[in-house]
Design a protein around this ligand. Structure first.
Ligand SMILES: [Fe+2]
Ligand SMILES: [Fe+2]
Length: 193
C-alpha cells in the first residue's frame, strides 16, 4: 500500500480503540501539525504558485479534519488533551536532509510530508477496517481517502520541482528507512504509535 514496506498489525486497532479519548486527542494534533507543515512549505517556497494554491487547500482541509476530530471528542464527552509528542515523526525529521542546497532541503521536506501522509493513510485504513465502532470506522475511511490524495500531491511536487535530486531513488530510501523504523511502533494508542 502506497509503497510502504511494512503494514500495521491489525491488533494495533484494538489498542487504539481501548482508549478513544487518547487516540482522538493524538489524532487531532496530527491534523494541526499537517496544516502547520503545509503552511511552512508555502512560506518557504512562495515562488511556486501552483504549490501555494494546492498547499493552501491542503492546510485548510487539515484544519477541517482537526475541527471534525474535535467535534467527535466533544460529542463523546471527552476533552481535547494537550499536544502529544510524536516520536515517529521526530525520527523522520532526523532522517530528513536539511543540509545541502535549498532545493535539496525543499524536496526532502516534500518527501517527509508524503511519508507521513502515506503512513497516516495506512493507519486510518487499519482503524476503518478493524474498530467495532461503526461511526468511527466510517469517519476513518473518509479520512483515509483524503490523506491518500495529499500523499500524491506532495510526491508530485517533489518530482516537479527537483533540480538535481533523483526523487525516485530518494523516495526508495525514505520507504526503506520508514519500513525499519515502524517495526518498533504499533503498540501505543497514537496515530503513529
Ligand atoms: Fe488530515
Ligand atoms: Fe493530510
Amino acid at each position: 500500500m502506497l509503497g510502504l514496506k511494512l503494514l500495521t498489525d491489525p491488533r494495533w486497532a484494538n489498542i487504539a480503540e481501548s482508549n478513544l479519548e487518547e487516540i482522538l486527542t493524538d489524532h487531532a494534533w496530527c491534523e494541526q501539525k499537517a496544516a502547520t507543515n503545509a503552511i511552512t512549505l508555502i512560506a518557504n517556497n512562495s515562488e511556486h504558485m501552483d504549490l501555494v494554491e494546492e498547499l493552501t487547500a491542503i492546510a485548510i482541509e487539515e484544519m477541517q479534519h482537526f475541527q471534525m476530530v474535535v467535534e467527535v471528542i466533544k460529542q463523546r464527552g471527552y476533552t481535547l488533551g494537550r499536544e502529544r509528542k510524536d516520536d515517529y515523526v521526530g525520527r523522520l525529521v532526523k532522517f530528513s536532509r536539511r543540509d545541502g542546497s535549498r532545493n535539496n532541503a525543499f524536496i526532502d521536506r516534500l518527501l517527509f510530508a508524503a511519508m507521513i501522509e502515506a503512513r497516516s493513510c495506512e493507519r486510518f485504513r487499519v482503524l476503518s477496517l478493524n474498530i467495532k465502532d461503526q461511526e468511527l470506522a466510517k469517519f476513518y475511511h473518509d479520512l483515509m481517502i483524503s490523506e491518500a490524495g495529499h500523499y500524491t500531491t506532495f510526491l508530485n511536487f517533489a518530482r516537479k520541482y527537483t533540480i538535481d535530486v533523483d526523487v525516485d531513488k530518494r523516495w526508495k530510501e525514505w520507504l526503506e528507512f520508514e519500513g525499519e523504523l515502524i517495526q518498533s511502533f504499533g503498540n501505543k494508542e497514537a496515530i503513529h504509535g
